[in-house]
Design a protein around this ligand. Structure first.
Ligand code: SF4
Length: 406
């Protein structure tokens, strides 16, 4: 890489950031290599730099033992292209669940290995004045004090900064409708519930009770009556698997459509229960976003650790929704070195050829890259994340990062 002056960005033990132009940093795309010029963009607004405690960065000169590795956390709307190449030192603490992205210095400016894949403005970082959010939450809660779901999304708005929860109160865009306290998978990087073996707490606390169709419908109708082109979505970060409560979702959809024909009713799910999805579709579900980390059985099972279902059920649910004319998005939990492995891209293309979904959302998988590679293995032949995205687009399938109504 000639033209631009690329150098190592790293931290000291106190987390202060430094640049060293004499070192060519190494990136990890499943195979450790130099970053490619076309992968690097100036760090976009909203990027957060973070030190990786107990980890040393790697450069073409070797392991930078006296330095601490640095990574970037991207804002919404970007797809990560590589992760940092690093050496984990003995006794290093477990890393929390974030989307660690390769970062370096180029011409004295922090750059990241990423590409913009969604232009939706509704997901740009939000800033509230003192007490402003609290006032908005309290005013709405006073209007429906018995609604436990409203209290839950108020907590998620305040404590987790969840956009779809805040949208319930801001009366805009996509609004959250959490419904299920249980799940039939045990994802290694679950954001609402992690096992003791994870060594880190889950970023959010899963709801503890079964919400009712009435509570859900009241929130949805309020939103759809006020938000043109509004979306209400069952299946949120603070819950388990919504299809375990397919009957309640179907009842809620019927109650919503008795009172409002506006907007879109969407479901975010792991797609495990095809019959329950059919029940929701028969009730009037219009859009679905189904999550998966891979189109390969072994890679899927290693991460999702499914109970009483397999990737076959997930793929059957996607096909069912496409056959019934729903707006179908895949929430592809993307990770460089896995999503762009030649075998993965081939499996994905075979599926998309048979089942043309509307959109693939390339969602950054939040996990320690070394934990993930140990779990699913390193690639045989990584072709680069840009190649994976091109492969999706080659099937006339849109690539994005958020649920759109059209
Ligand atoms: S499917 Fe969702 S709720 Fe269930 S374990 Fe995975 S991330 Fe968690």
């Amino acid at each position: 890489m000639s033209a631009r002056a690329v150098g190592l960005a790293y931290c000291d033990a106190r987390g202060r950031i430094f640049f060293d132009g004499t070192r060519m940093p190494l990136a990890d795309g499943g195979v450790v290599r130099e970053p490619r010029a076309e992968e690097l963009i100036p760090a976009p607004p909203g990027t957060v730099s973070t030190m990786l405690p107990g980890r040393s960065p790697r450069s073409t000169r070797g392991i930078e033992k006296r330095r601490t590795a640095l990574a970037a956390i991207l804002p919404a709307g970007y797809t990560r292209l590589t992760v940092p190449a690093l050496e984990t030192r003995a006794g290093a603490p477990a890393l929390p669940l974030f989307g660690y992205t390769f970062a370096c210095v180029v011409d004295d400016e922090l750059h990241v290995a990423a590409m913009r894949t969604d232009e939706s403005e509704d997901w740009t970082p939000r800033y509230f004045g003192d007490g402003e959010l609290e006032r908005i939450l309290d005013a709405r809660l006073a209007g429906d004090p018995e609604n436990r779901v409203l209290r839950q999304v108020a907590l998620c708005s305040r404590d987790y900064g969840c956009f779809t929860a805040q949208n319930v109160f801001l009366e805009r865009g996509e609004a959250a409708l959490p419904v299920s306290p249980k799940c039939n998978a045990r994802c290694v990087g679950c954001i609402s519930e992690l096992g003791q073996d994870a060594g880190i707490p889950s970023p959010q606390t899963r709801i503890a009770y079964e919400t009712t169709a009435g509570e859900l419908a009241r929130i949805a109708v309020h939103h759809l009556e006020r938000v043109e082109d509004g979306i209400v979505s069952f299946g949120q970060g603070c819950e388990g698997e919504p299809l375990l409560r397919g009957i309640t979702i179907a009842r809620a959809i019927e109650k919503i459509r008795e009172r409002s024909s506006n907007g879109t009713i969407n479901l975010n799910t792991n797609g495990s229960m095809t019959n329950e999805l059919k029940r929701c579709i028969d009730a009037g579900l219009q859009a679905v976003r189904i999550s998966l980390n891979s189109f390969r059985h072994d890679v899927y099972a290693a991460y999702y650790r499914p109970m009483m279902y397999s990737l076959d059920n997930v793929l059957a649910s996607i096909a069912l929704a496409v056959r019934h004319g729903l707006r179908v998005s895949l929430n592809l939990l993307a990770h460089p070195g896995v999503t762009d492995d030649e075998d993965e891209i081939r499996a994905m293309q075979t599926f998309l050829h048979e089942v043309p979904v509307t959109m693939v959302q390339t969602r950054t998988l939040n996990i320690d890259p070394h934990v993930y590679f140990d779990l699913v293995g390193r690639p045989n032949n990584p072709l680069g994340m840009r190649a994976a995205i091109d492969a999706i687009r080659a099937h006339q399938v849109a690539v994005g990062n958020f649920t759109h109504t059209h």
